[in-house]
Design a protein around this ligand. Sequence first.
Ligand code: ZN
Length: 285
Amino acid sequence: MLTPRQRIILRQIVSPPYIYRWAGLLTTVGLIVGVAVVVLADTRTSAVLATSAGPAVASPSGIRARTAEDAPARGMPGVARPAITSTRLTVTSTTTERPTVALTFDDGPNNVYTPQVLDLLAQYRAPATFCMVGNQAAAHTEMVHRVAAEGHRLCDHTMTHDATVGYHETDLMGRQLDFSRTSLATVFDPPAPIDYFRAPEGAWTPILDEMSARTGMRPLGWSVDTLDWTQPGVDAIVNSVKQSVHPGAIILFHDGGGPREQTVEAVRQLLPWLQEQGYAFTFPN
Ligand SMILES: [Zn+2]
């Protein structure tokens, strides 16, 4: 049997005085808030790291290694590309009556493939738009310079090719766009205007549209996807254009982000073919 003193202690444990109940409740609430703060801070830090500029992101060869999450997001059959609004598809009409196409090259600049693409474009006097990744541009400023010097236009494609950029908080989103835009613009003195912004993998959100427009960049989509980044073979890339091209088309190629020999060869075949079909090359409006 319990002594009276033991009974008192037991009663206090089972039914503690109010002061202890409050202390217990406050401790529990404190612990929950503490855990929440740590989790949120960690998420924010990851986001900051994901969007900050850093030489570590670019590989020594200058070829951007796609992150593990890039490929499945692009290639997954169940994931539909977001709808592209008509404003992103308008192409500047030329003074001639010829139908026009706009050639666009993403994920560069790359010191192997970009020069080859530029040589071909020069051969056919074809202007194009290059959607560059900021880290790549910073690693190959001479390429950025050559692209602009040869009459092509520059397009911001985020600092790190972050396909989730449209879902970040606005300050982080702004940083991805601004760092990249600055890395392109400041290759020139005075800084060059950057005309377009293209969301990596076409992952647009309304706020991303709005933010790129606010910084003076036109959201740039595409209407012919060559899927060249999947390396489907030169014929498949060429045929995708031959079957889908139309007056006012914006054609999506990649001059960086992986091996692009197929793209270069396809462009070599497509430039004369497009000319034969009567197309003139122009910039997206
Ligand atoms: Zn891209």
